[in-house]
Design a protein around this ligand. Sequence first.
Ligand code: XMP
Length: 524
Amino acid sequence: MTTGDLHGQRLLIVDFGSQYTQLIARRVREAGVYCEIHPFDAPAAFMREFAPRGVILSGGPESVTLADTPRIPPVVFELGVPVLGICYGMQAMAAQLGGAVTGSDKREFGHAVVELAAGSDLFATVNGGAGGALPVWMSHGDQVTALPAGFRVTAATDTAPIAAMEDPARRWYGVQFHPEVTHTEQGEALLMRFARDICGCAGLWTPANIVEDAIAQVRATVGDDRVVLGLSGGVDSSVVAALLSRAIGDQLTCVFVDNGLLRKGERAEVERTFAPSNALDLDLVVVDAEAEFLMRLAGHEDPETKRKIIGNTFIDVFDREAHRLTGVKWLAQGTIYPDVIESAASKFGKAHVIKSHHNVGGLPERMKLKLVEPLRELFKDEVRRIGLHLGLPREMVFRHPFPGPGLGVRVLGEVTKARADVLREADAIYLEELRRADWYDRVSQAFAVYLPVKSVGVVGDARRYADVIALRAVETTDFMTARAARLPWELVERVANRIINEIEGVSRVVYDVSSKPPATIEWE
Ligand code: XMP
């Protein structure tokens, strides 16, 4: 395989702003086919040059029955490749190719069962190609009410007589339901059929090929130059470290800043994982900057001020360390594909929400370094898969997200060493019990929070007047919305008892039951 092959067989996902667009891309990639998401209003010349083997038109929040709503760029139908329209994508196909779409008086949202016609090209691998019932996920108001010339109906429901359509001669297909959502049974088989069989792509997009390709690209980009990476211990920067170590060995220096706001044992874990004995041939510099961070945080209680101080101190420390290294020309960063898509979101992209990131913004300019971002085209699940492929420990690859400002935003109010130490112990007990009870992987994120509020307790015969620890555990798929995890009560009780008994500075433990929104996941 050559680099060209891996990216040569690719699909274009035209984005109309659906909340599911990234899910479509992830499913196509799980089918082994590389694809990219671009907004529907990307230039036609770009789409032509992209030379996809097939195009998928996403859903979207608009209505094609209204003027001034997004349309499929004509170039899509001139490429001579298969096209699959999903939901809004299908409605736009129907409207633009001579069919009709009307606003339905009945909005369909949720589970539905479609009746498939036998002999469909797109559904050839669904129900063994025999047609019949298929449970699907629907989410639409408008529906196609007349077929464009050349199309036939391939699926129907009671309320939507044209729930799927196809023109096998031109290889144009439309489905009203969402095959990318797991509630649609055999949705993967359907997308696999389209991406692999109909578009004629081999399953080249595998962890081994992705790694091989990324290594070749990094080598071609940085040559013999030296590269510096800020290693946080999180998934993304750890995978970048492992990848670059494979690609350029000791041309890479990783700087790990211990800001005193890390979880218990985190620094040791990073030192262990990236120790030379682990065959990761990289140069690791660990900077002990706890005192500097705590000194600059002293006396500050406002969350935004604290975040700024932590961010600025990180940049100062990192900059200072990097300047000690001679001949560094590149800064490596763990930017991943969703960050890239979000910053390029089209003006119609109403489903996109920009998340605020703690990052090392400003560093490349200040240090006059060029950026190398080897994960730029990967989704988080792909980053995890290649992390495992590169031999990183499972606990590191599947760990919960940890905010850049660390315990600095989990010790509410002023951050002191004593408070951070108490929180570290409480958090370690909580995570240890979650793991032991097999709950760690069943929640999306769990952590303890230090509340500087005094409460009375009785421990043994003595009255204790000390601070409070809150426990947070959430379930979420995108971290934009979340609900409190319903942990078993015995588990919560066990954690609370251990924290109060084992840590002197705590008199009480509470469990946070707030959803996001209106609450956020973190407390600051
Ligand atoms: P919120 O509190 O906004 O958190 O509901 C959503 C997710 O983002 C993480 N988070 C951060 N991550 N730098 C980060 O890298 C930050 O400053 C930051 N603030 C919040 C949070 O842990 C959760 O996973």
